[in-house]
Design a protein around this ligand. Structure first.
Ligand SMILES: N[C@@H](CCC(=O)N[C@@H](CS)C(=O)NCC(=O)O)C(=O)O
Length: 212
């Protein structure tokens, strides 16, 4: 049984989709991503940053979305959601997950948490503007990487496509982000991922209202 610290609109939703796709039993532990709102002690004990996702299992716990995806898909490798260690597609899979985590998510952070990137309030709009440009730059790289491929890894669907979908749900016109339609190959994959029953279940609130 897995336990996932969970908040709507956050990266914990993507991990929940992975748990659904792997057909694993799990429990959601509600938490918050709002600044100033308290986090459960058990969450902070694993991740002192106060972020989600945080995953617990019988004899362990961890944080960082990309690492959790690698961990779960390897631990339940028989489900085929990720290339195995000796599979030639493994390199692109790992490269893409880490790029999502440290480049695209970082660009989002500039726009969602500009106070973490500016040392005075008056510089925060500058951090936000740079984040928006960085989103365009980093999504463009992924759009070109995908090219005409059906999925991120070519012909085979993988957990990386779920991660891509999750990141596209964070694009908000109200925050000045570029629209996903600026990246047609990304959009094509995100639209296909959205049809999956696991995504329909977990992302129902977002599917009903993408600016929720
Ligand atoms: N690098 C971390 C980032 C996690 C992260 O930024 N989570 C956000 C929600 S998507 C969060 O918990 N924000 C609340 C906060 O930063 O206080 C990961 O990929 O897991």
């Amino acid at each position: 049984m897995y336990r996932l610290f969970y908040a709507e609109k956050s990266a914990s939703m993507g991990i929940r989709v992975i748990l659904e796709e792997l057909d694993l039993p799990y429990e959601l532990l509600q938490t918050s991503v709002e600044p100033g709102e308290p986090r459960p002690e058990a969450q902070l004990a694993v991740n002192p940053n106060g972020w989600v996702p945080v995953l617990q299992w019988e004899n362990g716990a961890m944080y960082e979305a990309a690492a959790i995806i690698v961990f779960l898909c390897d631990r339940h490798g028989e489900k085929g959601l990720a290339p195995a260690i000796n599979d030639p597609a493994r390199a692109l899979y790992l490269q893409t997950l880490v790029y999502f985590s440290n480049s695209i998510q970082n660009a989002f952070q500039l726009t969602y948490y500009p106070d973490r990137f500016a040392d005075a309030v008056e510089y925060e709009p500058s951090a936000e503007r740079r984040g928006n440009r960085r989103l365009a730059e980093t999504w463009r790289v992924i759009d070109e990487q995908i090219s005409d491929n059906r999925w991120l890894l070519g012909d085979r669907f993988s957990a990386a496509d779920i991660y891509l979908f999750m990141l596209t749900t964070w694009l908000r016109s109200s925050k000045g982000h570029p629209p996903v339609s600026d990246f047609p190959n990304v959009k094509r994959i995100a639209d296909a991922v959205m049809q999956r029953p696991s995504v329909q279940l977990v992302y129902e609130p977002w599917i009903s209202n993408p600016e929720y």
